[in-house]
Write a protein that binds this ligand. Structure first.
Ligand SMILES: [Zn+2]
Length: 487
């Protein structure tokens, strides 16, 4: 009897192991080989100097009602006109809205739909308390040790300069696109893009344009960032999180603090905040699994075994991914309490306490579903919850990767980065591209630079800088991509 039970148990275990291994095999495939090409020659020193010049313009977007200084925006736009004379004369250059720029390179075949590359010229401010940590001042545009230093080098002036450099190079080579190529250069991406990208999108929509594909920022070739993946991975954003800032208010009677109520407005609000922080929104593994599956054999087999079998290891995996801030943000709608205000004197009970809680919405979660969740978790009618105007938008529709545009993009990425696996992923930050969903269903978010974790932290951070090697690869990538997409 005992022997029979043991045999049944062994058969079940073998069966279980077989299922686990069969599922994992789909995650451990190597990518198809590609044809390598000669990469175009780039005058990298010159590109670096042009970028350095652009960095010196202090195009700082601070807040929705404090956009970048128009004179600084004009200065950098004039530099681009001067540095790229062929682009300036051969492409149609339009100023849409105040400082949003749209270049149009007319295609030879009017039957085809246009493609568009997007970038922006505004940058985030520099925290004054960190100035002494910069190796070179943030707006010096210093070129040193193989890098261009300064705010905007990674986000997003490096993209603007290298895209135009590639266009100029193609014009010099006599390249004629079949599809029309648009280059959209926003002025206020860092504060929502409502002045630049939103108006460019509306302008194109009015003209009845439907675009074949768009490439914007929001992904990169990353190394040493995804757990278990040691080879470089080119993560291409095919979806983007939505955005929501909820305003919480608690009102209570004012009075003398010598005879206080047991819970003040501040105390009630603090409890609500603690409940929110203690109850994160549920984790979903679909996106991260898709990225790992695409990364294939470059990932440690153990990690792939777990990723392929979330029906068995889902609990452990969720815990492990939640322990890192980056991977946690990849699996759930995040909750961040970012602002709080209440009380004005130490001996007066506060009449009102307010907080702003910022959520980044996972595709599938909506503003309405997150509001419901928040109400349920707080469970206190004394806490009023509202969405301030313009403080929320849904996650934009996802891009299907079953298209020639994605195939072309993947091929070019691997021609420039032969060691990289191309993996669709979820862009965690907001980009200008969400404004373009009305005119294009194939939006990809990817910048062709290679970043490790330290370099990733420099984006919006201290000592932002870009290597000359990355600048060279970026020009080469945009050059090949325009040939692939527009031929
Ligand atoms: Zn940006």
């Amino acid at each position: 009897m005992a022997t029979t039970a043991l045999i049944i148990l062994l058969v079940l275990l073998v069966f279980l192991a077989a299922i686990i291994l069969i599922r994992a095999s789909a995650y451990l495939r190597s990518p198809e080989p590609i044809d390598l090409v000669d990469l175009p020659e780039v005058d990298t020193e010159m590109v670096a100097l042009r970028l350095a010049e652009a960095v010196k313009c202090e195009t700082i977007s601070t807040w929705i009602d404090k956009p970048a200084d128009p004179l600084e925006l004009l200065k950098v736009q004039l530099q681009l006109q001067r540095n790229y004379p062929l682009t300036n004369t051969s492409l149609q250059r339009e100023i849409v809205s105040d400082y949003g720029l749209l270049y149009a390179w007319k295609g030879a075949n009017p039957e085809t739909q246009p493609v568009m590359l997007c970038t922006h010229l505004d940058v985030v401010a520099v925290d004054p308390s960190t100035l002494d940590q910069w190796d070179h001042p943030p707006f010096s545009g210093e070129v040193a040790d193989g890098y261009v230093y300064g705010r905007g080098t990674l986000d997003d002036k490096g993209q603007a300069v290298t895209i135009l450099e590639a266009v100029e190079q193609l014009l010099r080579d006599g390249f004629q696109p079949q599809r029309t190529v648009y280059i959209a250069i926003g002025e206020d991406e860092e504060i929502g893009g409502t002045r630049g990208a939103a108006k460019i999108a509306a302008y194109l929509q009015e003209r009845g344009e439907l675009l074949e594909a768009i490439l914007d920022e929001g992904g990169a070739v990353i190394q040493g960032i995804l757990p278990g993946l040691n080879t470089p991975a080119a993560v291409v954003g095919v979806a983007e999180k939505g955005y929501l800032s909820l305003h919480l208010t608690v009102q209570s009677a004012s009075g003398h603090s010598s005879s206080p109520t047991s819970h003040s407005a501040i105390g009630i609000l603090a409890q609500a905040i603690q409940r929110l922080e203690d109850h994160p929104l549920p984790a979903r593994l679909d996106f991260i699994r898709r990225s790992y599956r695409a990364a294939g054999a470059g990932v440690s087999p153990w990690i792939q075994l777990v990723m392929a079998n979330t029906w068995l290891f889902g609990g452990i995996l969720r815990k492990r991914l939640a322990s890192n801030i980056h991977t946690n943000a990849s699996i759930r709608t995040t909750t961040a309490v970012t602002m709080i205000q209440g009380g004005y004197k130490d001996n007066i009970m506060p009449r009102k306490a307010e907080a702003l809680v910022n959520f980044r919405l996972m595709p599938g979660d909506t503003i309405a579903s997150v509001c419901d969740f928040v109400r349920k978790v707080i469970g206190d009618p004394r806490v009023e919850i509202e969405v301030p105007e313009g403080a929320g938008w849904e996650s934009p529709p996802q891009t299907d990767t079953d298209s020639q545009a994605f195939q072309g993009l993947s091929r070019v990425i691997r021609q420039v980065y032969p060691d990289a696996a191309v993996a669709p992923y979820l862009t965690l930050a907001v980009t200008d591209s969400h404004h373009y969903t009305g005119i294009c269903s194939r939006i990809f978010r990817f910048t062709p630079f290679l970043l490790n974790e330290t370099e990733l932290e420099r984006v919006h951070g201290v000592n932002e800088r870009i290597s000359l090697t990355n600048l060279e690869r970026m020009v080469q990538f945009y050059h090949l991509l325009l040939r692939a997409w527009a031929s």
